[in-house]
Ligand binder design. Structure first.
Ligand code: NAD
Ligand code: IMJ
Length: 256
């Protein structure tokens, strides 16, 4: 894969374990120039990680629940790059309580917050990116999702509902932006120990269940997910849009 001369925006790097960081490394090593955004407390991590990239990235704050911050990101990206070839959406959040209490106890505010940060934000990012991508004759957007959108996993709760909405967003955005040659896809990753997996009840046993039952009899790592995402971002995937690509060692095909 060659990303020489391509410019990308990556949202969702928190630390070296972040799946978004694996995508950043893969595309940057293949020649992409990046803008990386961080959520408040992760500024220092992102600055430090960036020193390991071949080209120094543009580093910007972005809380995806704040329209004004999204607007300033695209204003800066336009100034710096003059256009945009790809966007990665790797932001997800639900309140800790919503991921441990019974699903029927999901609160209205907890539901709203999870949907806003984890699903609506893809629409906001796509809208901001579209005019910059049109300047390049098209572009590619990839979001990160999980099988909990279709199947019930213990404690995934409102995040499962938000991922179902995110995947539907992928299809509607693909239909809307396709005529501008902007593709929109998702990568559905198997479980990986990132900070979004820390403190989740039963996460280690989920990893073991995948290892025992997945056709490849192992878990996936962030680099594998990063390379699959980079494929969807690349010209090799120019005929693919509206798709959810499973990168889970085949776990999703199993029946028991
Ligand atoms: P991570 O914790 O490294 O990444 C989650 C990111 O979301 C963080 O960078 C965090 O700063 C960001 N975020 C949360 N709220 C935000 C907000 N308001 N504004 C901006 N950013 C915000 O964990 P990860 O596992 O790399 O997660 C990345 C994506 O991958 C998420 O969408 C997650 O649902 C998805 N995913 C993770 C797994 C897994 O097992 N780790 C599996 C499948 C899909
Ligand atoms: C998260 C919760 C419950 C079960 C889970 C997960 N399984 C997997 C995850 C089985 C694989 C990780 N995942 C796919 C996510 O999307 C995680 C999102 C997330 C994690 C946290 C933890 C800390 C917090 N809020 C969160 N919001 C979203 O306070």
């Amino acid at each position: 894969m060659d990303f020489t001369g391509k410019h990308g925006l990556i949202v969702g790097v928190a630390n070296k374990r972040s799946i978004a960081w694996a995508i950043a490394q893969c595309t940057a090593l293949a020649g992409a120039r990046l803008a990386l955004t961080y959520q408040g407390r992760f500024e220092e991590n992102v600055q430090e990680l960036s020193e390991g990239l071949p080209h120094p990235p543009v580093i910007l704050p972005c809380d995806v629940s704040v329209d004004a911050e999204i607007d300033s990101v695209f204003a800066r990206v336009e100034q710096e790059f003059g256009g945009l070839d790809f966007v990665v959406h790797g932001a997800a959040f639900a309140r800790k309580e919503e991921l441990s209490l019974p699903f029927s106890d999901t609160t209205r505010e907890g539901f709203r917050l999870a949907m806003d940060i984890s699903a609506y934000s893809l629409i906001a990012l796509a809208r901001g990116a579209a005019p910059l991508m049109e300047k390049r004759g098209g572009g590619s957007i990839v979001a990160l999702t999980y099988l909990g959108s279709e199947r019930v996993f213990p404690n995934y709760n409102v995040m499962g509902v938000a991922k179902a909405a995110l995947e539907a967003n992928v299809r509607y955005l693909a239909a809307d932006l396709g005529p501008k040659n902007i593709r929109v896809n998702a990568v559905s990753a198997g479980p990986i120990k990132t900070i979004s997996a820390m403190g989740i009840g039963g996460f280690s046993s989920i990893l073991n269940v995948y290892k025992d039952r997945a056709p490849l009899r192992r878990n996936v790592d962030a680099a594998e997910v990063g390379e699959a995402a980079a494929f969807l971002l690349s010209e090799a995937a120019r005929g693919i849009t509206g798709e959810v690509l499973m990168v889970d060692a085949g776990y999703h095909v199993t029946g028991m």
